[in-house]
Design a protein around this ligand. Structure first.
Ligand SMILES: Nc1nc2c(ncn2[C@@H]2O[C@H](COP(=O)(O)OP(=O)(O)OP(=O)(O)O)[C@@H](O)[C@H]2O)c(=O)[nH]1
Ligand SMILES: [Mg+2]
Length: 383
């Protein structure tokens, strides 16, 4: 009976691709026996006899349909060319055609001979430990190439940092450990947003041009624009990249006093989006006289130091002196002021970059671990 300790996982991204890689880990002698009726090497040698790191051509699914385990998973599909390589004493890689069907078929065959199908990162965690797994997983989730560069540079750093913190605590240098943990925690938000977009929310009275500005910033029509106040009833999001950072823009329902039930619900959701945003853009329409709702919005969110957008700046400005001094003049229609606005957004989100050697927490778990040290809760045993 094949060993349950065999695991199989796909190591290439899902979806169509030229080649897919399935990695099998565990007792290869057992695997070799299990797949004898399914996998035929071109050399005629069994998998366990092939030397490590040597590429081995073969055919998958060349056994007799209905003979033993082969029939369980594969049905009557035609044989498929694969390349197999033993990458270690207890690991091998199967490279097959990149389509989902080929991958599913091989996984199903492997399952039928006793492999437990798992995720690549669980194989990695079992073999290399939690920090390497977290680092690789974060890298796979990087939102942009720039973010991936920052994550890649973190390889091995957090594990070393946690060991150092534990040593400081063990040596009675708790204050030093706290200070060091706090230094790293200062980059928690930066680290979190290497794998998920920053949230930027636009708010303003109905018809000030929130949807138009979103479309102008992302470069295509994502939000419905209409010359009718109250067009956007709910939060609509659009993803873009500014200066290499992933940004999720939320176009909210226009903020005004309303009794329409649907609109009130939309406005409430818009407020929730505003609360959880990393940066808020408050739009005013400079072609219309200031309205009570404008003043209320500006006063309500002042604490969060929002970016005030003096919108429709292509039209005559009727605000004059009343315009907040820090407002950025933008016209979505004429594509004016968009560069200045984009760089103001980026400056708010990433006012400065971490120094070269900074240890950046990449996961919530790493943040919690550092917090234990920062709050003096971590004992000397913590690793
Ligand atoms: N002149 C001028 N008009 C604009 C500009 N931006 C938007 N508009 C016009 O303003 C009107 C309202 O634009 P929207 O983008 O739908 O405004 P909104 O704030 O999303 O409106 P609601 O969804 O109703 O809250 C449309 O007729 C737009 O064409 C601009 O920069 N200049
Ligand atoms: Mg709208």
């Amino acid at each position: 009976m094949p060993s349950r300790s065999l695991t199989a996982a796909v190591w290439t991204p899902s979806g169509r691709g030229a080649v897919a890689t399935i990695r099998v880990r565990g007792d290869l002698a057992t695997l070799s026996v299990g797949i004898a009726g399914i996998f035929q090497t071109a050399s005629g040698r069994s998998l366990s006899e092939t030397p490590q790191q040597r590429i081995c051509f073969g055919q998958w699914g060349c056994g007799e349909v209905g003979s033993g385990q082969w029939a369980v998973g594969s049905g009557a599909s035609a044989a498929e060319d694969v390349v197999v390589c033993r990458t270690g004493p207890d690991a091998c890689e199967i490279h097959c055609h990149g389509g989902d069907a080929a991958v599913r078929r091989i996984l199903s065959d492997l399952e039928s001979v006793g492999c437990v199908v798992t995720e690549w990162y669980w194989q990695l965690e079992t073999e290399r430990g939690v920090y390497e797994y977290e680092h690789a997983y974060a890298l796979s989730q990087a939102t942009t190439l720039r973010a991936a560069g920052w994550i890649a540079a973190q390889a091995g750093r957090m594990e070393r940092a946690i060991t150092e913190l534990s040593e400081l605590v063990a040596n009675g240098l708790r204050e030093q450990a706290t200070a060091r943990a706090n230094e790293m925690l200062a980059w928690a938000s930066f680290g979190r947003h290497l794998t998920r977009p920053w949230k930027v929310v636009l708010a303003g009275r109905p018809n000030v041009g929130k949807s138009s500005l979103i479309n102008a910033l992302v470069g295509f029509e994502r939000s419905i624009v209409f010359d009718e106040p109250g067009t956007t009833r709910d939060v609509v999001t659009a993803d873009t990249v500014l200066d290499g950072w992933a940004i999720r823009l939320s176009d909210t329902a226009g903020q005004r006093g309303s009794t329409d039930e649907l609109e009130v619900a939309g406005i409430a959701r818009a407020r929730d989006a505003l609360v959880s945003a990393n940066v808020r853009l408050l739009l005013i329409d400079v072609s219309q006289p200031p309205h009570d709702d404008d003043w209320q919005l500006l006063a309500e969110w002042e604490w969060s130091d929002p970016i005030v957008v003096a919108h429709k700046a292509d039209l005559p400005d009727v605000w004059g002196e009343a315009l907040p001094t820090k407002a950025i003049r933008v016209s979505s229609l004429q594509r004016m002021g968009l560069k200045e606005l984009s760089s103001a957004i980026v400056t708010r989100l990433v006012p400065q970059l971490p120094p070269e050697e900074t240890v950046i927490p990449l996961t919530e778990k790493q943040v919690h671990e550092l917090q234990k040290h920062a709050f003096g809760l971590a004992g000397p045993q913590t690793t």
